[in-house]
Design a protein around this ligand. Structure first.
Ligand SMILES: [Zn+2]
Length: 483
C-alpha cells in the first residue's frame, strides 16, 4: 500500500499532517467534498480552486449508470470529473445502509474502483447502525473484516481503506480497530456514525470514536465517514480524526439551509448574510433568496464555510489552542456540549498524545479544569523537590519559617517560582478566580502532598478561600493571609 501519513503538529488528539497517496499530497485535517456526478452544483475544478486537495465520489453511482460507467472506464475518474487531486471512492456501503442491499459483490466493487482510477478504494463493508443488537453487530463486523482480507488478497497493491465498524458497542469498535490495524491498514475510516450525528448523539459519537482510536496505531490516518458539519469538526479533530467528507454543503443547499460554524440556518429566515465568503459579500440576503442560482450559491457558501473551518482548525492545532476552539464550537448546541464534556472525561487517554508546550491556556469556565494540560500538570507536580516545611502561598508572598515557598495558580495549583514563566503556569490567562478553578488547583496541592509524604504543608490564602482549601486539602494547615 502506498498511503503514508506524516504528523507535523499535534494538539490534544488532533494532528496537522500530510497524507501521501502515490505521488500526491493532502494536508490534514482534510475535508473531502462528496461529488455526485449527476448533480455537480460545484464542479471539482472549482473546488480545487477553493483549496480542495481530495474529494470523494460514489463508485456505486458510477457503476449503476451506463453513461458514467463506460466513460469512467474509458477515460478514468480524473478526466470525467476534471480533477487532478486525490479521488477516493465509496463502495456502495452507503446505499447498503439506506436500502438494505446492493447488487454488487465485494470483489466487483474493488475491481471497478481500481479500473476507474480511484486512488483510495473502500471494500464493501457493512455499516452497522446504532440500533443493532450486539450479536448482529458482531456478525456484521466479522463479514466486514473478511471482505478486507479478501480485498488484500485479491488486490495486494491497491490503496485499500480499512473501515472500522462495530455499531454503538465500544468494545467491538476497539476490537475492530485492533483487527484492522493487525491487517496492516494505514488509512481507516470510522463508519456508520452518520445516524449518531443526525440525531445529535455526540456523547455516543465521542465514545465510539475514542474506542476505535484506542485500537488504532497513532500513525494511522483516520477518516470519520460522513462527518463534515463545521460545528463538530473541531471536536472530531481533537479526538484524532484526520479526514472528513461532506455532502452537507450540497444537501443543505437543496433544502435552503445556510451552514455556519455554530449551526445551520434557514436562508428564508435570514435578513443578513453573516459570513466573509465571496457569495455572502456580493449578495444581500434578499438577492440570495431570489436568485435563480440560489442552490448553487448556497452550496458555494456552505463549502466555503466548511473549508474555512478546516483552515482554522489546522491553525489552532499548530498554535496549541484546539481546546479553546472545541470549547467555543461545542457551546453552539447542548448536545455538542455533552460531546465535549464526554471528551473531557477521557482526558487521561488523550493526555499522552497531547503536546508538551502550547502558545497559551485561556480559561473558559469550569470545563477548562479538566483539560489535558491541567491533568498533566497534576501528574508532574509531585516531581518538584521540596524541603521539610512547605508553604503554598495564594498571594505569592513569602513568609519566614518555611524551607520551600510555592506560588499558586488555579486551575493548575502550586508552582515553584522558577516555573512561573514556563507553560502552562506562565502562559495561562485566567479571569477572577472561581470555585471550580480553585478546587482544581487544590487537587494539584493534593498531588504534590501525595508525592512528598515526608514534608509538612501549609496553605496561606484569603478568608474567602479558606473553607474550600480546608475541605479540599484536609492534610494541610490553612493560614489566613494578613490583610
Ligand atoms: Zn458565505
Amino acid at each position: 500500500m502506498t498511503i503514508t501519513f506524516e504528523v507535523i503538529h499535534k494538539d490534544i488528539g488532533g494532528r496537522v499532517g500530510k497524507v501521501k497517496v502515490g505521488s500526491k499530497t493532502v494536508r490534514t485535517p482534510a475535508l473531502l467534498p462528496v461529488v455526485n456526478p449527476h448533480l455537480p452544483l460545484i464542479t471539482p475544478r472549482e473546488m480545487q480552486e477553493m483549496g480542495v486537495e481530495a474529494l470523494i465520489t460514489n463508485a456505486y453511482i458510477f457503476n449503476r449508470s451506463t453513461e458514467f460507467r463506460d466513460k469512467a472506464l474509458a477515460e478514468g475518474l480524473h478526466a470525467v470529473l476534471d480533477f487532478d487531486g486525490v479521488i477516493m471512492t465509496d463502495s456502495g456501503s452507503f446505499q447498503l445502509s439506506v436500502y438494505g442491499e446492493v447488487e454488487v459483490s465485494n470483489e466487483e466493487t474493488l475491481a471497478f474502483q481500481q479500473a476507474i482510477g480511484s486512488e483510495i478504494i473502500v471494500p464493501l463493508d457493512i455499516p452497522t447502525p446504532p440500533g443493532t443488537d450486539r450479536e448482529t453487530a458482531r456478525q456484521e463486523l466479522a463479514v466486514t473484516l473478511e471482505r478486507m482480507r479478501e480485498g488484500q488478497a485479491l488486490f495486494p497493491d491497491a490503496n485499500l481503506a480499512g473501515p472500522v465498524q462495530g455499531g454503538i458497542y465500544t468494545d467491538l469498535r476497539r476490537e475492530a480497530a485492533a483487527a484492522v490495524q493487525d491487517l496492516g491498514f494505514t488509512f481507516c475510516p470510522i463508519g456508520a456514525v452518520v445516524p449518531l450525528m443526525e440525531s445529535y448523539r455526540y456523547k455516543e459519537l465521542v465514545q465510539v470514536v475514542l474506542a476505535a482510536k484506542s485500537g488504532l496505531s497513532p500513525g494511522t490516518c483516520v477518516h470519520l465517514f460522513g462527518a463534515g458539519h463545521p460545528a463538530m469538526l473541531a471536536l472530531a479533530v481533537a479526538m484524532g480524526c484526520d479526514f472528513f467528507d461532506s455532502a452537507a454543503y450540497a444537501l443543505f443547499a437543496r433544502e435552503g439551509r445556510y451552514i455556519t460554524t455554530h449551526g445551520t440556518l434557514k436562508v428564508d429566515e435570514l435578513a443578513e448574510l453573516p459570513c466573509a465568503c465571496r457569495v455572502c459579500r456580493s449578495h444581500t440576503a434578499e438577492e440570495l433568496k431570489r436568485s435563480p442560482e440560489r442552490e448553487r450559491l448556497l452550496a458555494l457558501h456552505n463549502l466555503h464555510v466548511t473549508l474555512a473551518e478546516i483552515a482554522r482548525i489546522r491553525q489552532a492545532v499548530q498554535d496549541g489552542t484546539l481546546w479553546e476552539l472545541v470549547d467555543e464550537r461545542c457551546r453552539s448546541h447542548p448536545r455538542l456540549l455533552a460531546g465535549y464534556r464526554e471528551l473531557l472525561r477521557h482526558a487521561e487517554e488523550l493526555e499522552p498524545a497531547d503536546r508538551v508546550s502550547k502558545r497559551r491556556f485561556f480559561y473558559r469556565g469550569s470545563e477548562s479544569c479538566r483539560r489535558t494540560e491541567v491533568l498533566r500538570y497534576h501528574q508532574t507536580i509531585p516531581r518538584i523537590s521540596l524541603g521539610g516545611r512547605v508553604l503554598i502561598s495564594f498571594d505569592g508572598k513569602e513568609v519566614p519559617g518555611f524551607d520551600t515557598v510555592l506560588g499558586f495558580k488555579p486551575p493548575f495549583g502550586p508552582y515553584p517560582t522558577g516555573l512561573a514563566e514556563t507553560f502552562p503556569v506562565g502562559q495561562s490567562e485566567i479571569p477572577d478566580w472561581d470555585e471550580a478553578m480553585v478546587r482544581s488547583g487544590c487537587a494539584g496541592i493534593r498531588s504534590l502532598m501525595a508525592g512528598h509524604p515526608e514534608s509538612w504543608f501549609a496553605v496561606r490564602c484569603g478568608p474567602a478561600w479558606a473553607p474550600v482549601v480546608a475541605e479540599e486539602v484536609p492534610g494541610a494547615e490553612v493560614q489566613r493571609e494578613q490583610v
